[in-house]
Design a protein around this ligand. Structure first.
Ligand code: SAH
Length: 251
């Protein structure tokens, strides 16, 4: 894909990070432990894998086979390289693909994994769309940002209304999941450290360097402003929202 300048700048800002969204290995493993009958025959589809932080955690801790999909080719290349370096290439394959048009045969997977990426489609659309890829009774593990208390302060609410109006309380999301024909096996919040340690802290470093590099480019500065705003809102209002991990089973 030939990337236009804003997209190239965006990916430059997000390059070299350990991961591309909030998360941590302990939470990935906690969610995996909620999925029954994991074994060498388990076929996992990791959607919106990014550079594959969670893909590697899954493959290094369980004998599963993983196909990982992301629409940004450089991320896919990083993951395939890492898989080779770690001796996982026989069980991990990353491919360029669009989560809205996943062209796998019906019932190709036992488990669909999606950390920090389902917001791109929205939970309901993604669950309805991906269901045909799952075997009967297959599982989905996903993370999604949720309000953790009612009536967040105006500044925080306004930020999210603009960035992701679909954000809701965990209880509302549980109902939506049920309406999509999935039962919730378990759910738990990501710890605050999962936002900071491997995501916002390194991203903050990128934002600072990016600002200096593009000191004379207003569009780059605006992009840096937006990113800084997201980090700052989290810094001020982390008690109002968080990522929730959900493990679901298709009914
Ligand atoms: N799971 C990773 C990445 C999350 S960021 C992690 O937790 O670190 C969201 C990812 O979704 C990015 O890597 C982005 O390139 C990818 N993405 C965005 N739109 C997509 C689409 N339509 N299809 C597939 N991947 C997409």
């Amino acid at each position: 894909m030939a990337e236009d300048t804003p997209t190239a700048l965006f990916f430059e800002l997000f390059s070299g990070l350990p991961r591309q969204g909030p998360g941590d290995a302990a939470s990935t493993l906690r969610a995996l432990a909620l999925v029954p009958d994991i074994g060498p025959d388990t076929r996992v589809l990791d959607v919106g894998c990014g550079t594959g932080c969670q893909t590697r955690v899954l493959a290094q801790n369980a004998p599963v086979r993983v196909v990982a999909v992301d629409n940004h080719r450089p991320f896919v290349e990083v993951l395939n390289q890492e898989a080779r370096r770690l001796g996982l290439a026989d069980r991990v394959e990353a491919r360029v693909g669009d989560m809205r048009h996943l062209d796998f045969a019906e019932a190709s997977f036992d488990l669909i994994w999606c950390e920090g990426a389902i917001y791109i489609m929205g939970v309901e659309e993604a669950l309805r769309h991906w269901r045909r890829l799952l075997v009967a009774g297959g599982h989905v593990a996903l993370t999604e940002v949720c309000w953790t208390r009612p009536n967040p302060p105006q500044e925080c609410a306004a930020f999210w209304r603009q960035e992701y109006p679909a954000i809701r309380e965990t209880s509302a999301l549980l109902e939506a999941i049920d309406d999509c024909g999935f039962e919730t096996v378990g759910h738990f919040p990501l710890p605050a450290s999962a936002w900071w340690d491997d995501y916002y802290r390194p991203l903050q470093g990128n934002v600072t360097a990016f600002r200096k590099r593009y000191a004379d480019a207003p569009d780059a500065q605006e992009l840096a402003d937006q990113c800084q705003r997201e980090i700052d809102v989290w810094g001020a209002y982390a008690d109002c929202y968080g990522y929730e991990f959900f493990v679901l089973r298709a009914r």
